[in-house]
Design a protein around this ligand. Sequence first.
Ligand code: CAO
Length: 644
Amino acid sequence: MSTEIIRVPDIGGAADVEIIEISVKVGDIIEVDQSIIVLETDKASMDVPSSMAGKVTSISVKEGDKVSEGDELLVIEVESADVSAPASEPAKSAEPASAKTENSSSSASVAAEEKVIVPDIGGAADVEVIEVCVSEGDMVEEGDSLIVLETDKASMDIPSPFSGKIGKISIKVGDTVSEGADILVMVTEAADSAASSETEKSASTPAAEQTPAAVVSGGVESVNVPDIGGAEGVEVIEVAVAAGDTVKEGDSIIVLETDKASMEIPAPKSGTVKSVSISVGDKVSEGHLILELEVEGGSAPVAAPAPAEEKVASASAPKAAPAKASAPAADQSAVLTEPSKKVHAGPAVRMLARELGVDLSLVRPTGPRGRITKEDLHAYVKAAVQKATSAPAAGVAVGSGLPTVPDQDFSKFGDVDVVKMSKIQRLTAQNMVRNALVVPQVTQFDKADISDLEAFRKGLKGEMEKQGVKLTPLPFLIKAVAQAMVANPSFNVSLMADGESYVQKHYVHIGIAVDSPAGLVVPVLRDADKKSVIQIAKEAGELIKKALDKQLKPADMQGGCFTISSLGAIGGTGFTPIVNCPEVGILGVSKADVEPRWNGKEFEPRTMLPLCLSYDHRAVNGGDAGRFMTYLNALLSDVRRLSL
Ligand code: CAO
């Protein structure tokens, strides 16, 4: 363990450069090359990476400070003695954030023009430019797509080799190009002075090379993974064909993806798929058998398929390329209703689609040969957003995008006012929709004889009132439910999102539905099983008061295991409460009434309390619910059983 100082590296002779960001704090464990501060001159900003891995023990500068080469930045505690740069030496040169080049000894103050040319594209010549993703003046990041090329077998994004501003563009859609052709000139801020003398940079080379992927074996040929630039164990993210499908030469059969790139593997020939040997999630390398293909027209020599569209290993994760201002957006107003069977899109578009959660098979392609362009994707997303936001006009969405209420002009029928729902009302509506639609629920009914409980409660009521406690049937219900939860733990669970497990809770927090002026709220009374009825009455009174005074905090309404919804003071003989997911049970309580009950000899007047128990049938079986209800009923019918 040693202590090392990280200093400002060579920043191209610039002095008194402002620190605009400190990216680490004391105690952070940092890696080699992790950005520790960001400097900014009037021409460039640059990340200063750490030259060592270790724990930051102190920071010697603050944002706004001006620093020059050699100034102390921070002190780190380094684990091993194997320190890459002596503390006294300037750390590894900073890489300007906005102009990353291969060479790390950057000059922060020079702006330079770099010519970007077509890289090695697997020997293909006269390849058509089908998309120019940038316009002059655009700012791009390293890895952003500059152009898309397409042969009859493959298409490939050509990513920017570095970040900068697009200068003159030398090519246009429809041009044909080969390796070395000029693409454009890029103005890199704070470009490397040494590198700027080497003014030509080829755009990053697509790694996939064209190699034979099929082996002739009579009329049926094995199609294997072609040369994918030496990548091993690459994940299959899409299998676009199934046994029995007919494919045309060039049709995508599978899509592979590394952490940096995705590539389509096209069919080397037209034919019928006899069998498919891989599935999504498999890891493959060159030569791995993909499928057996019964080739149309017998045993002609096998064409060399080109893996389509690979981003090079050095490119950062593709980002959305700046949209061409002039590019007409695809008309997505009529989004495909039937998903397309085959999706043709480059890796950048696929990556963006995944980021946005868009199913590309629903996007209408407008690019050459049915290719989905970024504009198509943007247009699709725009159309989807417009549709979502205009939904209230067509039908009042209750906040969740779930079923809507048909829009009607009620003023046709009489005088009306339109009243905005409160936030709580809107949230309740959303939750109700979710709970009602997602939870398969059943409601069971029963009546508890609370004659003794009521006699006991009424006897205590006056005394409790003197202590400021209102003793209604509710605290008894809370206590009884809590005891029933302990005795019937299947009600004290929450299902987990994985669909495979549930959480068994060992605490009993009971939610109380309160009809407050702001809307329906459910404060939670904690550890009800461990508290006395009197204590519960006090706490429930406080929570209800808070709810009525709109004083509840979010924490007061969290963590419930089960809810009690009492309409007893209002009336009714029964209702079907909706389970308050992720809880799995709710007890609806209606108004107690005196009813004649047969005691074996005669009818007796008894106070009967209607109970309505709804439960999530995924978590609770009818038998469990029956036992819960019977247990609860027994507690309420014989107050001595309640641990008061
Ligand atoms: N049967 C008969 N009388 C009842 C009763 C019942 N089930 N429950 C309460 N009462 C009586 C009380 O005893 C009290 O009378 P006394 O003062 O003579 O004793 C009176 O009704 C008023 O009670 P309350 O309303 O002040 O107190 P509570 O503890 O019963 O209820 C609360 C509190 C917050 C649950 C209730 O006010 C409330 O907001 N309920 C609405 C819940 C709701 O909206 N649920 C949603 C339904 S859809 O899921």
